[in-house]
Design a protein around this ligand. Structure first.
Ligand SMILES: [Zn+2]
Length: 462
């Protein structure tokens, strides 16, 4: 059905102007000062956006939906995660494919792809994790890049489970460079964490409040330094996921000034939640366990300022939904608490409420960090991430005056809790479209499950 969005204030990463947008089908076909609805096909759906912003659909570059963890699985599927994303204004996400060390990469890729079939309502793509890089599997990664997934994920953390040896890391980065793929990385030193976790548990310090103690900022900063050193040697382009603290941001910026092609991602929880949440009594803190952990509050200013100056490129979520019941796996040892703070639905409103409305972020910077940069870095621009003729008609009509609170009852995630429950929310996506079709209205999913498409991306990091 054709779509006309009238009288909105269009905000992109660089522009801010009033115009009407017409989408004849799945892409934006006209952007003009005034488009007369009477001269359009009768079937045209007209959305009046007077007094509202029109943003490009937001992109979450870091989510987990299908995620095995110590014998359990994360709570969402593509249906619930799509609904949550769309209700909050996110129209595209990038999921991490996280196989175990023994799994065959190509089979894992197919398994993750199959999870989205008939269930996705947003457009989606993946980062392919490399947990082992033996010569015999290397050709499979080239095949995955060719299939439209030119971004890898490596873990320097999680000793004995996901962490990659330096030998394999170096080889993987060398291959990524030759394929033009970018290497996204979880930068925490696995050995240091493992040693400190053992010390803490041996001392009877088993509660969720010790999770952060076992992985302080220096552990993350040293991981960033290590990754960037290998990037300078191999020429690979790298992206530090969920960069949580000043120490790591500085390491990445120092590397950038040395000529390393490094991009920095922050995630919503680190921008607004601090370490005191992980120390909440009665095991409540387990809801706030993620890695890297929530930090001391002063790090938040560095992250916001990094976004404002655009030194930090993106804001994702690291959405990893585990229920409070599942978190109880770590009742006797914080090392067994499933990691993750579900945020896929709240991210855009958190950016607006605690970024834009607090004067920390311009609207343009919000769009850049929440959408445009992810599209550019991961080879989807200008199909995604902007409002241009020819771009996909992924649009968010956003009412900055819609006041409310974040609540569990509004949440589509199956995590069974809202990490921001009761917090003030200023603004809301009132109409959300994916390729020209309205998929959510006023925080409610109204679209079609199964409509979401896999996005085939180009390798641009050679
Ligand atoms: Zn993650």
């Amino acid at each position: 059905m054709p779509l006309l969005i009238k009288n909105g204030r269009i905000i992109t990463a660089t522009d801010d102007y009033k115009a009407d947008i017409y989408c004849a089908d799945e892409t934006i076909t006209r952007i003009e000062k005034s488009i007369d609805a009477k001269r359009l096909p009768k079937s045209t759906e007209v959305v009046n956006a007077a007094g509202k912003y029109v943003f490009p659909g937001f992109i979450d570059p870091h989510v987990h939906i299908y995620l095995p963890f110590m014998g359990t699985f994360s709570a969402d599927d593509y249906e619930s995660a799509s609904k949550a994303a769309l209700a909050g204004g996110t129209t595209t996400f990038i999921e991490m494919i996280c196989p175990g060390p023994k799994d065959d990469p190509w089979e894992a890729y197919q398994l993750w792809r199959s999870q989205a079939k008939k269930k996705a309502a947003v457009d989606y793509t993946y980062h392919m994790s490399i947990v082992r890089f033996e010569p015999k599997v290397r050709a499979q990664f080239a095949k995955i890049v060719k299939d439209g997934v030119p971004s890898f994920k490596v873990f320097l953390a999680y000793k004995g489970a996901l962490d990659l040896s330096d030998e394999h890391l170096f080889a993987a980065m060398t291959q990524a460079k030759s394929l033009g793929a970018i290497v996204t990385a979880h930068c925490e030193n696995a050995e240091a964490i493992d040693a400190m976790q053992k010390q803490l548990l041996a001392a009877g310090k088993t509660g969720p409040e010790y999770h952060g103690v076992s992985r302080p900022p220096v552990v993350e900063a040293s991981g960033v330094h290590h990754l960037c050193s290998f990037a300078s040697l191999t020429g690979a382009h790298v992206y530090t996921v969920h960069t949580s603290c000043e120490d790591s941001v500085q390491e990445a910026l120092n590397a950038r000034y040395r000529g390393v092609d490094v991009w920095i991602e922050s995630v919503a929880p680190h921008l607004v939640l601090d370490e005191s949440f992980a120390a909440l009594p009665d095991f409540e803190g387990a809801k706030y366990v993620m890695s890297p952990p929530l930090r001391a509050k002063h790090h938040q200013n560095v992250l916001w300022n990094g976004l404002r100056s655009r030194a930090i490129s993106t804001v994702g979520t690291d959405h990893a939904p585990f229920t409070p019941k599942q978190k109880e796996m770590g009742k006797d040892a914080f090392t067994r608490i499933p990691n993750g703070i579900p945020s896929i639905q709240e991210r855009v409103d958190l950016l607006h409420t605690y970024g834009v409305m607090r004067g920390r972020l311009s609207l343009n910077a919000m769009v850049d960090a929440g959408s445009t940069q992810a599209a550019r870095i991961f080879g989807m621009y200008p199909k995604k991430g902007t409002i241009k003729i020819g771009s996909d008609a992924d649009l968010v009509v956003y009412d900055p005056k819609a006041k409310g609170t974040f609540t569990k009852s509004d949440s589509y995630s199956k995590a069974d809790y809202c990490a921001y429950d009761g917090w003030e929310r200023l603004g809301r996506a009132t109409v959300v479209t994916v390729r020209g079709q309205v998929q959510a209205k006023n925080g409610k999913f109204v679209g079609t499950i199964g409509r979401g498409q896999f996005i085939r991306r180009e390798a641009t990091h050679g």
